[in-house]
Design a protein around this ligand. Sequence first.
Ligand code: FES
Length: 101
Amino acid sequence: MPSITVQPSGKTFEAEVGTSLLAALLAAGEPIEHKCDGKAECGSCHLFVQEGRKSLSRAQRPEHERLDSMIGIGSKSRLACQALLGTEDVTVELLSFASGL
Ligand code: FES
């Protein structure tokens, strides 16, 4: 099972392969927005994946289109609801500036 490390809290927990980052973070009690409930429509679950990006599922068109319409996006950006865990550990950085979208 891959482990997820959350910045800035530094908390680490494990989750099943194939679980979305959003579901895993919510199950662990992390405060992450998810206004559209995982439909790639709101962008509020945007986070940065600092390590382990290649292990996650590839971003599909709805995620690319949503990210392209947002500000503060970088090469490490993912929508937590769209990124599914692979077998490797990941480190994610929760962001507060995207929560108002
Ligand atoms: S929860 Fe809305 S885009 Fe992820």
